[in-house]
Design a protein around this ligand. Sequence first.
Ligand SMILES: NC(=O)c1ccc[n+]([C@@H]2O[C@H](COP(=O)([O-])OP(=O)(O)OC[C@H]3O[C@@H](n4cnc5c(N)ncnc54)[C@H](O)[C@@H]3O)[C@@H](O)[C@H]2O)c1
Length: 267
Amino acid sequence: MDYNIFSIKDHVVAVTGGCGGIGSGISEGLAALGAKVAILDRDADKVGTVAGAIAEKTGSEVRGYAADITDEESVRDAFRQIFEDFGSVDGLINCAGITHVAPLSEMPMDRWQSVMDVNLKGTVICSKVAGKYMYESGGGSIVNISSLAATHGKPGYTAYTPSKAAVNGFTFTLATEWARLGINVNSISPVLVVTAINRDKIESDPTYLDNVLSTIPNGKLCSAETLVGPIAFLLSEAGSYVTGQNIGCDGGCQNGDIAVIKPYTSM
Ligand SMILES: NC(=O)c1ccc[n+]([C@@H]2O[C@H](COP(=O)([O-])OP(=O)(O)OC[C@H]3O[C@@H](n4cnc5c(N)ncnc54)[C@H](O)[C@@H]3O)[C@@H](O)[C@H]2O)c1
């Protein structure tokens, strides 16, 4: 008897922002677990190359689609093509995201709006479009890549934090709306992962990474690889009763306050 409730083999999973640091790692991890992966990214030059490289490395079917997730028509075109190429859409990982960190007094409103447009509106559009194909495919699972920042404010984050807090609110709401359609909606909140999104900050402050590490209870940096397991679980039969949740993947940050509590480093 084949009883592998954790399997995502042959699930068709779309990953937005799939050319980025986290998105490409998630795409590779899911493909290595046997999923068929559709990578969506606005980086039209890179999307085919990244998909091709992951396909070669994992042996899975991986295709790239150029799309701007803030543009509903562009997303519709991409999913029409994905459905035609793969025959179903079983999973969506809303991973594309941007940030602009600045004091509010110096925050250009167009940059603030762009963060909202990509992180929130883009997640809403992709869910709206992909949801229809998931319904036609017999159900599905949406995983929004949120952030620890959604629930933890810090100076400079007046665009990013509200955008991710809204992603969590969208997650909780859509989960109730689509629960009886067989479409689960959850979010995963990572802590810092070193990628292009934070490269400037890391390069301009040599103490930045050590400072971040000192606030993570398990003392380890997050990575795309650490996100693959929780995401695969939410895409699989094993996670079928889990919906409307925001799951921290953060070494213990979400419900702990290491700034106040010193962790033990030996027994
Ligand atoms: N890196 C971190 O520390 C961290 C921590 C928590 C959450 N996150 C979240 O993880 C996700 C991925 O971040 P990352 O660190 O890999 O960033 P990244 O900059 O490496 O990748 C982001 C990707 O999104 C794509 N993208 C941006 N706007 C787009 C649009 N309009 N349409 C289509 N694609 C678009 C970019 O081309 C890029 O490939 C984001 O949602 C981010 O907020 C990141």
